[in-house]
Structures are given as C-alpha cells and as structure tokens.
Design a protein around this ligand. Structure first.
Ligand SMILES: [Zn+2]
Length: 296
C-alpha cells in the first residue's frame, strides 16, 4: 500500500467480511444495507464516530482524541503510584522506551505522545492508557527472554491505543460522565478519591475478544514493520500460558486465554510473513539491558 501501513492484517479482515456476502438474493439485502448505511451515517453525524485505522471500520466514539490524551495525562500518575512506581534504573527505562518508540513511530497514530514505562511491580502485567501511555511490569520483564518478545507486548498495547479501545472500554465499563469528571479542571478531595478508585478499575479493564484479536494481529503487523521477528509474540503467549498453569496471572484476568491466540497468530505469520530473514530477536541485548540489571 502507498502509505506503507498495510502489514497484512487487512487481508484477514477482508477475508472475514467476504463470508457475509449473500449471493442468492442480493437486492433486498442491498436495500437493507443502504438503509442501514444512511441510518448509520446520520447516527454518526449526531453522536460522533471515528474510523478505526486498524480495521478501516467506522466506530462509535463518545470521546474525542483530545479527551483521549487528557484522560491519559490525568490517570498516568495514579497508575504509576498504584503499581509500585517507575523502576529507577535509567538503562532499563531507556531500553523499554526505545523499543516502544520504534513501534509507535510506524503505527497509524504516530501523533500521540507515547511513553513506555517499566513499573516496579511483581505482577505479570502490561497495560495502556488512552493517548499513548504504555506500562509493563517488572514481573513481566523478568519472564521475557528477548527484545522481540518485549516488542510483542508493547505492540499489542500500542494497537489498543491506536484503535482507541482503551477510552472506548473505559466509557463502556466505567461510565463516560464519571470518567470525564476526573478530567475537569475542578479538583475536590472527592474527585481525587474517584481517580484512585477508577484507576483500580482501569488496571482490570477487560476488552472484547474482537478487540483482543485486533490488538494481537495489528500488533503483529506493527512489530514486523518495526523490524522484529513476529514469533516473539507466539513465544510470549506460550510463556503466559505456562505461567498461568503455575498460578493465575494478572495479564490473563483481563485478556483471553492464550491457547487459541497462539493458533491464529501462527496462522497469520505463515500466511503473511514469508521472509523473516534478518528480523530482530535481540536476546543478548535484552539480557544485558533488562535481565542482568533486574537481578542486581
Ligand atoms: Zn489486550
């Protein structure tokens, strides 16, 4: 594609859509489709829709992009506070951030101000806030083995931000008025409490299976475009699966189980990415910048 941002996942979506074609009686179906389209368009005009750049589909969005950024800015300090604060080692932070930035740069929304932060928390977790905030925990970093696996986690979270799943689910599950009340300029002791309470809900935010699959496949496309070996994502899923057998892990309480994700990821890699020669795994670099320093 001309803008260089069709990383293969588009084919999957087109394939999926074509199964809905009805050949036998096209006209009544088309009329209904046209009516729905007109209804949908007028609905979108009044309520506010945005195109999801990952799927190319119109989606209902109650929150503007500016509000996305503002919500992220407001909740970020509280997430950091509740999840052990930032890891103080600048080498670790710079490494995580530079891997993340290489993905954000080639994403469909490079205009957000992304930050990728390692948190000093023993849980195995990663999460995103609207507007570009991505967090990965010490517990997760300790279980990864190379840079491609880290890129997989960060690319998955970047895709949630690009698709604006985070703000969407926050307004669905928490309530848009409550969510935005934290962003208004008036700060009372009550609203400070609310932010802390809401943050706990954000940490456990559940996405739909459709959003998760989109974040996996979109993230896969992003990590390949950033030069990484996509099997890093499959390995990460396998690690999560193994860890979950030892004891239930936090990341999977808000995400679907890894079994079928390994299936569709492997299939997508075999279908879309033929030439992986020279793609980056960077095990040594990861051990040097992250694992050796975390164990100190
Ligand atoms: Zn996710």
């Amino acid at each position: 594609m001309a803008d260089g941002r069709n990383y293969g996942q588009q084919n999957l979506w087109q394939l999926e859509k074509s199964t809905y074609k009805r050949e036998a009686h096209p006209w009544p179906f088309m009329r209904t489709k046209l009516a729905l389209l007109i209804l949908g368009l007028s609905f979108c005009l009044f309520i506010g829709c945005a195109v999801n750049p990952i799927t190319g589909e119109e989606e209902l969005m109650l929150i503007s992009e500016d509000q996305d950024i503002e919500i992220g800015r407001q909740y970020a300090p509280e997430i950091e506070k509740q999840m052990g604060g930032k890891i103080t080692d600048p080498v670790i932070q710079n490494y995580v951030n530079s891997v993340g930035q290489s993905i954000a740069r080639i994403s469909h929304r490079p205009n957000f101000e992304y930050s990728f932060v390692a948190l000093n928390h023993k849980s195995i977790n990663a999460l995103a806030l609207p507007g570009g905030y991505v967090y990965v925990t010490k517990g997760m970093l300790e279980k990864l083995d190379n840079e491609a696996q880290l890129a997989a986690i960060l690319a998955h979270e970047v895709t949630h931000i690009v698709a604006r799943d985070v703000a969407n689910e926050m307004s669905n599950q928490i309530g848009i008025s409550l969510l935005l009340s934290a962003v208004t300029s008036e700060k009372t002791p009550q609203s400070v409490l609310t932010i802390a309470d809401l943050t706990r809900q954000i940490v456990g935010l559940k996405y739909s299976r459709k959003d998760e699959q989109e974040a996996d496949l979109g993230g896969l496309g992003y990590m390949v475009a950033a030069g990484y070996n996509p099997y890093g994502m499959v390995e990460t899923m396998q690690m999560l699966q193994n860890q979950n057998q030892i004891r239930p892990i936090e990341f999977l309480s808000s995400h679907p189980s890894p079994e079928n994700r390994i299936g569709y990821l492997t299939q997508a890699i075999q279908t879309n990415y033929y030439n992986l020669a020279g793609s980056k795994i960077a095990k040594e670099e990861y051990h040097k910048a992250i694992l050796s320093r975390l164990s100190k």
